[in-house]
Design a protein around this ligand. Structure first.
Ligand code: KG4
Ligand code: ZN
Length: 331
């Protein structure tokens, strides 16, 4: 069984082919970062137009790299939400049209399900059940996963997502978009104890998050202390530590409440080294295991959509041919 995956929910065009026997046969990610850099964030209309330009040529390239024909594809999976409506519609329209032309099933995939299952593309893959921490530019969620399609949301951010907080704070510091990875790099040479940023919502029960106050706290420090390189590094390190401490504390709490021993961490922020180190310490102390997607599958990509679609197709699920997306779609 062979599935073509199409991801166009935000500013990456991701195309991949996943096969039961051969695993991931090809995977291409085209990033629009340069296109949006001057605007300091993703411009939805520009994103849609670029997806339209790139999607079909990249599908052709993926088929060539995989050495397979269009006839050998058994299903077409695309991200149907959540994400930018116009951007999602490009992937949905192309995905369903190809499925129609090839007379194969179309599979509407939830973007966060893609992130959640991405670690299963690795050799060292998690077994069900596990706890998933999803940390991206749009979401911060703790999910109990008992099997494919069996997801229970345990907690989520009530305002900004963790990646969004990284990006907004980085922007305040004058770093280029998307600033998350740049801020993390700066943090490596800073003093994480220099500034006492809040650890929001950790002093009360529950598994929800809040990150918007952290950005305001960072803005106040930047206004008071200026932007010398050492101040920048210290703010970055102190900010990162506050986010990481908060995420680690909520993971510990969720693992304790559920009794689960396996933790999956996915989404763009899961690439953060400081978060990885502290979660490794946590899981060691709990005698559990932590699983990540490969580095290239932490951020948006087509492989996770092809894989989630393959799982759905295996389970006999497919959609009709009316083209629709769900920009706001709870898991
Ligand atoms: O999953 P993703 O590619 O897209 C969404 O679905 O949102 O996540 C992108 C987010 C951005 O906010 C980016 O700044 C953040 O992940 N990110 C990081 C790091 N690498 C990417 N944040 C902190 N540290 C990193 N190393
Ligand atoms: Zn994502």
């Amino acid at each position: 069984m062979r599935v073509l995956g199409i991801e166009t929910s935000c500013d990456e065009t991701g195309i991949a082919i996943f096969d039961t026997e051969q695993g991931l046969m090809s995977h291409i990610v085209y990033s629009q970062i340069a296109l949006h850099a001057d605007y300091g964030g993703v411009v939805p209309e520009l994103a849609s137009r670029d997806h339209i330009r790139k999607t079909l040529p990249l599908i052709k390239q993926a088929l060539t790299e995989a050495g397979c024909t269009a006839e050998s594809i058994d299903g077409v999976a695309y991200t149907a939400g959540p994400g930018l409506a116009g951007a999602l519609l490009v992937g949905a329209a192309i995905g369903r049209s190809l499925a129609f032309a090839w007379d194969k099933p179309a599979l509407a995939v939830h973007h966060m399900e893609g992130h959640l299952l991405a670690p299963m593309l690795e050799q060292h893959a998690p077994q069900f059940p596990f706890l998933a921490l999803l940390v991206s530019g749009g979401h911060t969620q703790l999910v109990r996963v008992d099997g494919i399609g069996r997801y229970q949301l345990l907690g989520e951010s009530i305002d900004d997502a963790a990646g969004e907080a990284f990006d907004k704070t980085a922007k305040l510091m004058g770093l280029e978009y998307p600033g998350g990875p740049l801020l993390a790099k700066l943090a490596a040479s800073g003093d994480a104890k220099k500034y006492a940023f809040p650890r929001p919502m950790t002093d009360r029960p529950g598994l929800d998050f809040s990150f918007s106050g952290l950005k305001t706290a960072a803005a106040n420090v930047i206004a008071a202390e200026g932007k010398t390189p050492q101040v920048q590094a210290d703010i970055a390190a102190s900010f990162q530590q506050a986010v990481v401490d908060t995420l680690v504390l909520k993971c510990r709490r969720a693992l304790k409440e559920t009794g689960l021993k396996s933790l999956v961490v996915a989404g763009g922020v899961s690439a953060n080294e400081s978060l990885r180190m502290q979660l490794a310490d946590l899981m060691k102390s709990l005698k559990g295991q932590v699983f990540y997607p490969g580095k290239e599958f932490c951020t948006d990509n087509g492989a996770m959509i092809a894989y989630a679609g393959w799982q759905r197709l295996r389970a006999g699920q497919a959609q009709d041919l009316s083209i629709g997306v769900t920009p706001r779609w709870p898991m």
